[in-house]
Write a protein that binds this ligand. Structure first.
Ligand code: BMA
Length: 965
């Protein structure tokens, strides 16, 4: 049993909730509000709370006195515990500042998630030292906050300035009058407990409610009533810290007469005449539209100048923007950019990521510069095409209904990728280095699109910048998910301000691919209430928020980006651009035999995992998955050596699938269910480890759960990709989920510190441009073999097929040894169908399939050879008569390579493992070898604290090792 000690004392706390929306005073007795100092026996390195958002600060600071509030001293105190007073930081969270001051242990260690709940149930005050560098002779002084998490009451010089209640808004306040009457100004930002305020908001008279279960309850309840990162209240892959703090940069801005401060800039680049959701005419010129939000006021006659330069610093175009309009807060203008002047931006694998520097200057009537804004932009169109299937498409064999795919610069392409979750429960620890490693893995993993899942936070600009450079398309979402949301005027107004700010901030990034309103709202949430008498009201609320509020703001600001209210959807039924909200959703208005939207698929009945006949048939798969354990190396960062067991409390209770469903920290039943799904699946399909070395046994079990996960995803990805050749004309596969935000069993393919699980290697393999794949139906015994290509030109492919037994002896069967086929552009071809119910005794055999073709990547003149190997076994490997493959491994430091050889028998799921202390990836892993075959494995080291000694700890195993006791 685990040793959580619940201190018995109850405290009554007086909490002055500071949300404007909850103007009530709480008098609450809360049993969880007990403070524990958690022991720091973690080897987890402290992460610097580096100012991750410095790069996303408002771009121009021109001639004004701008004080970055991170440059002065701050203290953090709480009225709930008078003995706590520590140094505070900006940007930061209370947990991070308490950890830095040794008041608490590492939040992600062991069971600290539960032990630190007292922080979330307390109020916190960030108080500045006296601000001494302010100027007296200015016209106006402003406080600008790019992000406050979440409920604050702000005081300057002891006077109330404002209250805030939305983590995702930028707030700015004119504090000139307060400052005029203040000698030595100090700023105090009082954070109210988000869980307590969420509960109080839910209990407000007249508040919207929904049937039980509509809010998917993870840990803290009532997240849907507040505008805070939804996964801060717990999720099935993460902890619940509900952190508070000044999580993004903050400034004091002082302006003299005629000075302005730019606080946000929209740039929208689209083809002349382009409308959202409609494929534009690619021969049209570009329109570059900009709209700049500023503080203070502009004198009459202000204008806009621009310069567009390329990467060689050569100016392509410059001059005045036309159609300039301005008001008290915003100035806008546009220019036509002739089509041929600029090169297109393409996603990775489809061409180069050409970027341009755009400089915009706000000038006064005398052409004197008032502000300069720099943005890096790209020229591309990206459309989510959900147009009705045309007769021409039907004639090509495409099923009727609607399209659902993306088009880049007028070209369909196959979207390959995964879903991104917040990389850390504490965003201020998310540094550029961490994201660069992660995004490098995305590109190395043959992925071109990430879905930025919608119940985290809007990504900081530096993440979009990296995606712009690396060619990763970011399907982005507004932060709503797995619940229905209120639609009272105050809530909608709050969301409107959030949407306006975020859309304008992000829109210039060419990597921005799409906006969706929220996660699984249409396919899951609305369906959950569909039978209810209240359904019309729920639907009206849903449309008020996700159509009537969001769409006019988005479409007014951006002509370049498509939108859907829900990530998983049947798409739109009608578009009418004479209305400010043009979209009518289709919902369930579907005709039999027609195919409309995208798909989402989870099935924890592992017994049918490889039965592809139950996978959803749609135009695009935007979520699917199954969880697995992280590696031993990750677990060692998170729990003590004695806890390295599936049934230790810290390991078990970090399994949040299915979610604990509340604040009961000891929900062993739910956790056990999740563990059982993984372990039973492993047991069903593979030999499982049974050694007396408990640490090695734990490690091998963790690894085997990863093999099942990867195998299951591979089976689905092959199926979805084959859909490009089927009537569904399926054009996308984004699995759940790319990354982790702590060390725990989750759906991730990449662990918290960046280590690749088996899944990421297998996804890399099966996301190659040309693949060969088996499709076996147990019931009929039919085996089909397909070659699938997402190249934009047809190719001719050579296929080799051979059956072997586990000793590596080639079997004599009547399957052809080699076949030649043609595969169309973004299409697939069936190589053959055979039946395994008769003729073969193949229980102890497996099929090796190789494809080889020559072709070019899109927009590349270079011809290259594409090869892919796949394998198929009719029976589960748990029943296979595996033999010792006699694996040998050798290292060459000159070439940064390992050579792995099978000397005796077939090696299934060969796995190179490396020790803690370094972060690297191999170019290939989790492959198979026939006896006598060897494979060179290149490695790329991303970080190393072992002085190169990690090499000595590299080991190799295959599934056969699971059979040794
Ligand atoms: C889907 C996602 C997430 C969730 C995942 C795994 O529902 O949208 O909300 O974490 O599945 O359960």
């Amino acid at each position: 049993m685990w040793a959580y000690v619940k201190f018995g004392m109850h405290r009554s706390i007086y909490l002055a909730a500071c949300a404007a929306s909850v103007a009530v005073v709480f008098f609450i007795s809360f049993p969880f509000l007990e403070r524990r100092t958690v022991t720091q026996n973690s080897i987890m390195a402290r992460r610097s709370t580096q100012a991750f958002l410095a790069a996303s600060a408002a771009a121009a600071t021109y001639a004004q006195n701008v004080l970055d509030l991170s440059s002065i001293e701050w203290s953090v105190t709480t009225p709930n515990f008078s003995d706590i007073s520590v140094a505070g930081k900006i940007p930061s969270h209370v947990h991070l500042d308490l950890f830095a001051a040794d008041v608490i242990g590492p939040p992600l260690y062991s069971l600290n998630e539960f032990d630190l709940r007292w922080i979330a149930f307390s109020n916190w005050t960030y108080k500045s030292a006296p601000i001494t560098s302010l100027e007296a002779s200015v016209n106006t002084t402003w406080l600008v906050f790019n992000g406050l998490d979440t409920f604050t009451s702000i005081e300057l010089c002891g006077q109330h300035v404002a209250s805030t209640n939305n983590q995702f808004r930028q707030y700015y306040f004119d504090v000139s009058t307060i400052l005029n009457a203040c000698g030595s100004p100090t700023l105090s930002i009082n954070f109210g407990s988000a869980p307590i305020i969420a509960n109080a908001t839910a209990a407000l008279p007249g508040q919207e409610t929904w049937p039980a279960g509509v809010e998917q309850l993870y840990e803290f309840p009532n997240r849907q009533y507040i505008r805070k990162e939804q996964s801060d209240f717990g999720w099935d892959w993460g902890p619940a810290f509900a952190p508070a703090g000044i999580w993004q940069p903050a400034y004091v801005v002082q302006l003299r007469a005629a000075e302005i401060y730019v606080r946000n800039t929209l740039v929208d680049i689209y083809r002349e005449g382009q409308l959202n959701l409609i494929p534009p005419d690619q021969s049209h010129d570009w329109i570059l539209y900009t709209s700049i939000d500023f503080l203070s006021s502009l004198t009459a006659g202000a204008g806009l100048r621009y310069t567009l330069t390329d990467k060689h610093n050569t100016t392509l175009l410059s001059g005045q923007l036309a159609n300039v309009t301005s008001n008290d807060t915003t100035i806008s203008g546009s220019v036509t950019i002739p089509s041929g002047i600029v090169e297109l931006w393409w996603p990775t694998g489809m061409g180069s990521q050409t970027l341009y520097d755009l400089t915009i200057e706000i000038v006064d009537f005398a052409n004197t510069s008032l502000a300069v804004i720099n943005k890096r932009v790209g020229f591309r169109t990206i459309v989510q095409n959900a147009m009705p299937i045309s007769q021409e498409q039907i004639n090509q064999g495409i099923a009727p209904g609607n399209n659902w795919h993306f088009e880049i610069n007028g070209h369909e392409f196959y979207a390959k990728g995964s879903n991104l979750i917040p990389p850390d429960p504490f965003w201020p620890t998310v540094t550029e280095t961490r994201v660069r490693h992660l995004f490098n893995s995305v590109v190395d993993g043959n992925q071109n699109m990430l879905r930025v899942w919608s119940s985290g936070a809007y990504l900081p600009d530096f993440m979009y910048d990296l995606a712009d450079e690396m060619g990763i398309l970011l399907w982005s979402e507004f932060e709503f998910g797995c619940a229905l949301y209120p639609a009272d005027p105050e809530f909608l107004e709050n969301v409107a301000a959030e949407v306006e700010y975020q859309v304008r901030r992000i829109n210039h990034h060419p990597s921005l691919a799409y906006w969706a309103g929220g996660n699984e709202l249409e396919n899951l949430e609305l369906r959950m209430v569909n039978g209810s008498l209240e359904f019309p009201r729920y639907l009206a609320d849903y449309e008020a928020l996700f159509l009537d509020t969001i769409v006019p703001i988005l479409f007014r600001n951006s002509r370049s980006i498509s939108y859907s209210p829900s990530s998983t959807t049947n798409g739109w039924l009608d578009l009418d651009f004479s209305k400010s909200q043009p979209i009518t959703q289709r919902y369930e208005d579907v005709a039999p035999g027609s195919i409309y939207g995208n798909t989402d698929f989870y099935n924890y009945n592992y017994a049918v995992a490889f039965d592809f006949t139950i996978y959803p048939v749609g135009r695009f798969a935007n979520e699917f998955g199954f969880h697995s354990m992280p590696s031993l190396q990750s677990w060692e960062q998170a729990v003590g050596p004695d806890d390295l067991r599936f049934d230790s409390a810290p390991v078990l209770l970090r399994n949040h699938h299915p979610p604990p469903g509340g604040l009961d920290i000891a929900n062993f039943a739910a956790a056990n269910m999740g563990q059982a799904q993984m372990t039973e699946a492993a047991q069903m399909y593979y030999p499982v480890p049974n050694t007396t070395d408990t640490r090695a046994n734990f490690s091998a079990w963790c690894h085997t759960t990863q093999i099942f996960q990867a195998d299951f995803y591979k089976s689905q990805i092959q199926f979805y990709r084959r859909g490009s050749a089927k009537p569904e004309r399926q054009l996308g596969s984004l699995y759940w989920q790319l990354n982790d935000q702590w060390q725990a069993p989750t759906w991730a393919g990449i662990e918290y510190d960046g280590r690749w699980k088996v899944l990421h290697y297998i996804a890399k393999d099966i996301y190659q441009p040309v693949i060969i794949a088996p499709f076996f139906q147990k019931i009929t015994g039919d085996l089909q073999i397909w070659v699938i290509s997402d190249l934009w030109e047809p190719v001719s492919a050579s296929i080799d097929l051979a059956w072997y037994d586990w000793t590596g002896t080639r079997l004599d069967t009547d399957i052809p040894a080699s076949v030649q086929i043609e595969v169309g552009a973004i299409n697939g071809t069936k190589v053959l169908t055979t039946n395994l119910n008769s003729g073969y005794a193949l229980t102890d055999a497996f099929l090796v399939m190789d494809v080889r073709t020559q072709g070019s990547l899109p927009n590349s003149k270079e011809t290259q050879t594409f090869t892919h190997r796949n394998w198929f076994h009719k029976d589960n490997l748990s029943n296979a008569k595996l033999v010792d493959p006699g694996l040998e491994i050798a290292h060459s430091s000159e070439t940064s390579k390992f050579t792995v050889k099978a000397t005796k028998g077939v090696a299934a799921w060969v796995w190179l493992d490396y020790p803690s202390g370094a972060l690297l990836n191999f170019d290939v892993n989790a492959f198979w070898l026939l006896p006598g075959e060897q494979r060179e494995v290149v490695y790329t080291v991303k970080s190393d604290s072992t002085d190169g000694r990690w090499v000595d700890g590299v080991s190799v195993r295959s599934l056969w090792d699971n059979t040794i006791s």
